[in-house]
Ligand binder design. Structure first.
Ligand SMILES: CC(C)(COP(=O)(O)OP(=O)(O)OC[C@H]1O[C@@H](n2cnc3c(N)ncnc32)[C@H](O)[C@@H]1OP(=O)(O)O)[C@@H](O)C(=O)NCCC(=O)NCCS
Length: 223
């Protein structure tokens, strides 16, 4: 069956599938607990840059005409940070405000605030700072395979395609951020020749309390 699955460039009609896979796999390969109160804004945060601003850096694993996994990224994380901060984030917030009745929406419940506050604390602790990393490893990537299609070498095929693409574009290095406790993803990146370069702090909210943990930034030179 693995041989029936093809790796191909992203097409605009994949946008919905990429958003769905990103949401469904956002925390260690599952939707995560608690559920973010507004799914669309979460999908915007996870994928809007990649599908709308840099679709050439997005590759799809397709089985039976359906997208079952993807690798998305940016060749230039500095440019990505600027576009996300000044364009994509405001767009996502504007789309949220124009879509919902903000005085009644559930985003202002305990879980919504918990998730946002955890992100804020992570930023405060310097956990979002990629300053030094992106000098040597300017590209970054996210990879997600749908449940049921994992362990079939699709991740390996997607990363190989992405690395080949970065090499052809003359990009010297790439990094990926993995949660410390995501052992499957850590093994995966190590098997693909990435090494742990840095371990920034991360604050997570699990529906009850905030916990300080860490991320691992895996990096790889492209030769
Ligand atoms: C991590 C992930 C992308 C791996 O993709 P995959 O298609 O299942 O992995 P592959 O079948 O290509 O595996 C390649 C190698 O990675 C390692 N690996 C993959 N999954 C593993 C697991 N669960 N435990 C240990 N090693 C694993 C193995 O060394 C494997 O080689 P082998 O099959 O020869 O033993 C996939 O599990 C996933 O989408 N997880 C959820 C999202 C996520 O955590 N993304 C990473 C953060 S950006």
């Amino acid at each position: 069956m693995e041989n029936d699955i093809i790796i191909r460039p992203y097409r605009p009609e994949d946008r919905g599938a990429v958003r769905e896979i990103a949401y469904e796999t956002s925390v260690f390969g599952s939707p995560g607990t608690p559920d973010f109160p507004d799914r669309e804004i979460m999908e915007d945060f996870l994928t809007r840059y990649y599908t709308d601003e840099e679709p050439d850096s997005l590759w799809i694993a397709e089985s039976g005409g359906e997208a079952v996994g993807y690798v998305a990224g940016s060749k230039d994380t500095g440019r990505y940070q600027d576009i996300v901060s000044y364009k994509k984030l405001p767009e996502a917030v504007f789309s949220f405000i124009s879509r919902v009745d903000i005085f009644n929406v559930d985003i202002f419940n305990k879980d919504g605030w918990g998730i946002l506050f955890a992100k804020f604390l992570t930023w405060l602790k310097g956990g979002l700072d990629r300053g030094e990393i992106i000098k040597k490893y300017p590209a970054h990537l996210h990879i997600s395979i749908k449940n049921g299609f994992r362990g079939k070498q699709l991740g390996k095929r997607l990363i190989s395609k992405f690395l080949e693409y970065l090499k052809s574009e003359g990009v010297p290095g790439v990094h990926a951020v993995v949660h410390h406790d995501n052992l499957a993803a850590r093994k995966f990146f190590e098997s693909m020749g990435f090494h742990p370069e840095h371990s920034p702090p991360a604050v997570l909210y699990d529906g009850n309390s905030l916990q300080t943990n860490s991320m691992i930034i895996y990096a790889k030179e492209i030769k």
